[in-house]
Design a protein around this ligand. Structure first.
Ligand code: KG4
Ligand code: ZN
Length: 342
């Protein structure tokens, strides 16, 4: 079995990341996974500013590549191939990492591999395993996507359901903004929710009664907004005392639909394994609820460690490795695609 070393770059949004991965078809080892976060730069604008993001990617990248190689104890010459995120994401941000990886591949005369960011999230629960990629029902919940897929094997994914409006992470971020909590909202809401009651307010469980596996989170967001203004007609702002209950109740509504629809999807195809990935899958309450539900239904749950759930380059290297080992190299002229579908 061939074991190779890959260097991967992720720059689709506001994290610049470089990872070195060594592996074969069954087993991968993350030798280093460096991340330079721009969150502090974008926080004062309440969201990601594309122009600032791309400039900071280009500033951060070179030292990050050196750091990743150093930490891994790997020289540039030892790298067998270079991978980078091609989309989905911000065009100007994607271009920085994608072009840098191509340039390195040219300089080293080694293959270049273009990777879909969502495939990176989707397969991240298998990075640390030693059985390759196993068939499963996959819940992918990030800032831009909420999807349930039937993953049959590497490269064969059937979309069973998705959000018809906001992604789950987007709902977290928007509700956090309404509540005056800083960006990104997911971790903030999780933290504040710990002191609140999940049954204090009964927010809508959108589309739960529908037979399909689609989601909708914009009605929930509006319901939270109405509750805030009803409670505080003068200011329209939630008070510090109201925050924990609102956060806990909002989070309970999101988690209930995510868990129930994922279990339903697994039952519909008789799958006995569920995976969960993407930034929202960091959420401890979601992890606990999904683990409980899987236990009750005799299903196995695979999630990656929290630092591989949010944006990182190890997941890009992992997909790159699968493609490399199947000789699926990318053309040097291939372009980024901000709306790249899975
Ligand atoms: O996967 P990710 O890092 O980037 C995208 O590809 O979008 O996901 C970021 C999203 C943000 O919306 C963020 O608020 C959310 O994941 N998130 C969380 C938590 N940590 C990050 N949502 C809920 N609970 C968390 N602990
Ligand atoms: Zn992501």
């Amino acid at each position: 079995d061939t074991t190779v070393i890959l260097l991967a770059i992720e720059s689709s949004c506001d994290e610049t990341a470089v990872a070195i991965l060594r592996g074969n078809l069954n087993k991968a080892e993350v030798l280093s996974s460096e991340i330079s976060s721009q969150i502090d730069i974008h926080r004062e604008y309440g969201g990601v500013v594309p122009e600032l993001a791309s400039r900071n990617h280009s500033l951060a990248l070179r030292p990050l590549i050196d750091a990743a190689l150093n930490k891994a104890g790997v020289t540039f010459e030892q790298v067998d191939g270079f991978a980078a995120t091609a989309g989905p994401g911000l065009a100007s941000s994607l271009l920085i990492g994608h072009t840098a990886a191509k340039a390195m591949a040219v300089a080293a005369s080694k293959p270049f591999i273009s990777v879909n960011h969502m495939e990176g999230h989707l397969l991240s629960p298998f990075i640390a395993g030693d059985k390759g990629i196993l068939p499963n029902i996959s819940l992918v919940v990030s800032g831009g996507h909420t999807m349930i897929l039937h993953t049959k094997q590497f490269g064969e994914y059937e979309l069973l359901g998705k959000s018809v409006d906001d992604a789950a992470g987007e709902a977290y971020d928007k509700v956090a903004k309404m509540l005056g909590l800083p960006y990104p909202g997911g971790p903030e809401i999780e933290r504040v929710a710990r002191d609140g009651s999940p049954v204090a307010y009964s927010f809508p469980r959108s589309m739960l009664k529908r037979a399909n596996l689609d989601f909708s989170f914009s009605g929930l967001k509006t319901a939270v907004l109405y509750t805030i203004s009803e409670l505080n007609p003068e200011t329209g702002l939630a008070t510090a005392e109201q925050l924990p209950d609102i956060c806990a109740s909002f989070q309970a509504a999101v988690i209930e639909v995510l868990v129930k629809k994922t279990i339903r999807a697994a039952q519909s195809v008789q799958a006995d394994r569920i995976t969960m990935s993407g930034g929202v899958s960091c959420n401890g309450a979601l992890r606990d609820a999904m683990a409980d539900a899987c236990k009750r239904h005799n299903m196995e749950l695979e999630v990656c460690s929290k630092h591989l759930s949010t944006d990182n380059a190890a997941m890009i290297a992992f997909v790159g490795l699968q493609k490399f080992l199947r000789n699926e190299y990318s053309d040097m002229c291939c372009d980024i695609d901000p709306n790249l579908p899975l």
